[in-house]
Write a protein that binds this ligand. Structure first.
Ligand SMILES: *[C@@H]1O[C@H](CO)[C@@H](O)[C@H](O)[C@H]1NC(C)=O
Ligand SMILES: *[C@@H]1O[C@H](CO)[C@@H](O)[C@H](O)[C@H]1NC(C)=O
Ligand SMILES: *[C@@H]1O[C@H](CO)[C@@H](O)[C@H](O)[C@H]1NC(C)=O
Ligand SMILES: *[C@@H]1O[C@H](CO)[C@@H](O)[C@H](O)[C@H]1NC(C)=O
Ligand SMILES: CC(=O)N[C@H]1CO[C@H](CO)[C@@H](O)[C@@H]1O
Ligand SMILES: [Ca+2]
Ligand SMILES: [Ca+2]
Length: 579
């Protein structure tokens, strides 16, 4: 929505803004989607050895850390988000030896790996679940079981409540053997673990300790808001959730949005669990020393909760509670003021001693170039890399990869497959998950196989890593430049002064006292106007272009006059004062 011109000005005081000094601070994280990153053994599916093979490439671009989707043993109903053994690696991904080969490398390459941990549920093929079905005393209460209720009119047995699964239909599934319903907030094959059982809580902590001991640098914890459901002890029955009553946006009772998830999401207990996991990680650190281990959390939740994930002043939580503001609240129609409002809101609300973080894309959302428009690709990457704190990049964004059209026949993502040929596309996450484009050879150099699990994008011959490494100017070259300039004190430790000068133009500075003054100008689109940057920042009579979008009239190294600066449409530019 385009609104009235908003002017927002933000000066961050030096006090309270944490100063990056350690490797992970002000870090640059790369989300690898391994299934599509690099296939080492020619079966058309990316794997761990493929990741190992390409770590040097990531280091050369300048990333400080990576995180991977799950690699645990799994029947792969939901691409490894349905774990059947949290202590084993899935054979498709490689062996424990492959894993151990990968482990010391990230350190040598100064690129650390974090591992996705999906604690909300296991697979129904897990030994835990099988034993729970058989009412084995140790595992009986590992999951959430219930008799259901009898419909007074029909006399039939019904699920305990109206709770819906994220993947549509009831979140309760009848089990014939145990003669009870079990809860699954995601797929039927993903029974929710029972976090009200202290044995389960301890088991999950042991899993964290196990992988820390194997050498992982951290955990990305998935789907945190779903950990806890309302405590049955407080009610006679699991209570129904209120209806959304939005006939327009959500008319279908089988859809997850049909009810408000007040009993199944964002319970205060989930935040406490994150604090407990942080204690596990910190205790491990204290006992074993070495590199900092990190906790990253993924939660689509309220702003207030996001801040609580950092910590509550007494206890610490996530080092990086993923900031999804740019995914959820900013889009290709947002004004400059909207961007600035969201940036300022996060910076102002953070507790002391933590770092901001910015996520622009991931495997669950449309790609940056497709969301914000291809022309804004560099501008958005420039924004991500020049804000204070951690930048999190989803693989392929550095090349400007776009969403790929996937036919109904080729669709594999469960929420899309559960839909129909008419509606699947909007529900599918496949378009953002296609194979990484390495070079112009067959299948974009992703695999030696003739067939890939998702189709390779048609544009791989002209848009690929090798071509962009060789070209004098490319999305990747800009990215690389940004990652280098981020190491400067003004970016690592400098203040942020940011302003939307009208609906279209964002301007901000990054500076640490006695270090260089950098000014970034982003032109989201706009009406003709030449701006006098010196009205906002003391750039003097000359400024040098550090880097700028491909579609800019300038190139890196140009010297410009800041008092009559023109940023072309959709162009971002990083300038530095010339003394
Ligand atoms: C593990 O293998 C599964 C199934 O092929 C795949 O979906 C997943 O991306 C792989 N993960 C890694 C880290 O290789
Ligand atoms: C929380 O983290 C801060 C550093 O950010 C540290 O000074 C403090 O001791 C930690 N608190 C606890 C309870 O671990
Ligand atoms: C912007 O978003 C609208 C709707 O969300 C879409 O129709 C349009 O194509 C998008 N533009 C770009 C450049 O992506
Ligand atoms: C932004 O782009 C428009 C092109 O549509 C241009 O006319 C305008 O001068 C640019 N704004 C700035 C501040 O450079
Ligand atoms: C945010 C979210 O839903 N993340 C994951 C939660 O778990 C499901 C099912 O395992 C995954 O599909 C999601 O990606
Ligand atoms: Ca493979
Ligand atoms: Ca749960």
């Amino acid at each position: 929505m385009r609104t009235q011109s908003v002017v927002v000005f933000l000066v961050l005081a030096a006090v309270g803004l944490a100063r990056a000094t350690e490797w992970w601070e002000s870090g640059n994280y790369y989300q690898i989607y391994p299934r599509s990153f690099r296939d080492s053994d020619g079966d058309g599916i990316g794997d761990l050895n493929g990741v190992t093979e390409k770590l040097q490439y990531l280091k050369d671009i300048g990333f400080t850390g990576t995180w991977l989707s799950p690699i645990f043993k799994s029947p792969m109903v939901d691409f490894g988000y349905d774990i059947s053994d949290f202590y084993q690696i899935h054979p498709d991904n490689g062996t424990m030896e492959d894993f151990e080969r990968l482990m010391p490398r990230p350190r040598r390459l100064a690129s650390r790996s974090s591992w996705t941990f999906v604690p909300n549920h296991s697979s129904d093929q897990s030994e835990w679940f099988k034993k729970s079905v058989d009412s084995d005393p140790q595992y009986k209460d590992y999951y959430i079981w219930h008799d259901g209720k009898i419909n007074e009119e029909t006399g039939e047995r019904e699920p305990p409540s109206n709770w819906g699964s994220e993947f549509r239909y009831s979140a309760w599934e009848w089990n014939d053997v145990r003669q009870q319903y079990y809860l699954h907030q995601f797929a039927v094959q993903q029974p929710d673990l029972n976090y009200r059982n202290p044995v389960v809580v301890e088991e999950m902590k042991n899993i964290i300790r196990f992988w820390l001991a194997k050498g992982v640098s951290g955990f990305r914890i998935d789907a945190v808001p779903y950990l806890f459901e309302v405590d049955l002890d407080r009610y006679n029955q699991y209570p129904d959730e209120p209806l959304t009553n939005d006939a327009e946006a959500c008319p279908d009772p089988d859809d997850h949005c049909y009810t408000q998830h007040i009993y199944t999401q964002d319970l205060p207990e989930t935040i406490d669990m994150v604090y407990q996991w942080r204690e596990v990680v910190d205790t491990f650190q204290a006992e074993h020393g070495g590199d900092k281990r990190l906790l990253l959390t993924e939660a689509y939740t309220s702003f207030e909760n996001m801040m609580l994930y950092y910590g509550n002043g007494v206890r610490n939580g996530s080092h990086i509670p993923f900031n999804f503001d740019f995914l959820s609240n900013v889009n290709n129609a947002s004004t400059a003021g909207t961007y600035v409002t969201h940036i300022k809101k996060w910076m102002d609300a953070m507790p002391e001693g933590v770092y901001a973080n910015w996520v622009l894309g991931n495997h669950d959302n449309k790609r940056v170039a497709s969301r914000f428009g291809v022309q804004r690709t560099d501008l958005i990457n420039i924004l991500l890399q020049t804000l204070p704190g951690h930048a999190i990049t989803y693989n392929g964004e550095e090349l400007g990869m776009t969403d790929v059209w996937i036919s109904w026949e080729d669709t594999v993502d469960p929420p899309a497959c559960n839909s129909d040929p008419e509606h699947y596309y909007d529900r599918s996450r496949d378009p953002a998950r296609t194979p990484y484009q390495w070079d112009a050879s067959s299948k974009a150099g992703f695999t030696s196989a003739d067939h890939t699990w998702l189709p390779v994008s048609d544009d791989y011959k002209t848009k690929n890593a090798l071509q962009q490494l060789r070209a004098p100017r490319s999305h990747l070259q800009i990215f690389n430049k940004l990652l280098r300039v981020r190491k400067e004190p003004s970016f690592r430790q400098g203040d942020l002064n940011i302003e939307a000068i009208d609906d279209d133009v964002i301007i901000y500075s990054r500076q640490k006292s006695d270090s260089d003054l950098y000014v970034i100008v982003l032109n989201l689109s706009g009406t003709a106007k030449t701006i006098d940057i010196t009205k906002y920042f003391k750039l003097g009579s000359q400024a040098e272009v550090i880097t700028t979008s491909l579609n800019s009239q300038h190139i890196d190294g140009d010297v410009v006059n800041p008092s009559a600066f023109v940023a072309n449409p959709y162009v971002g530019t990083v300038l530095v004062a010339v003394n």
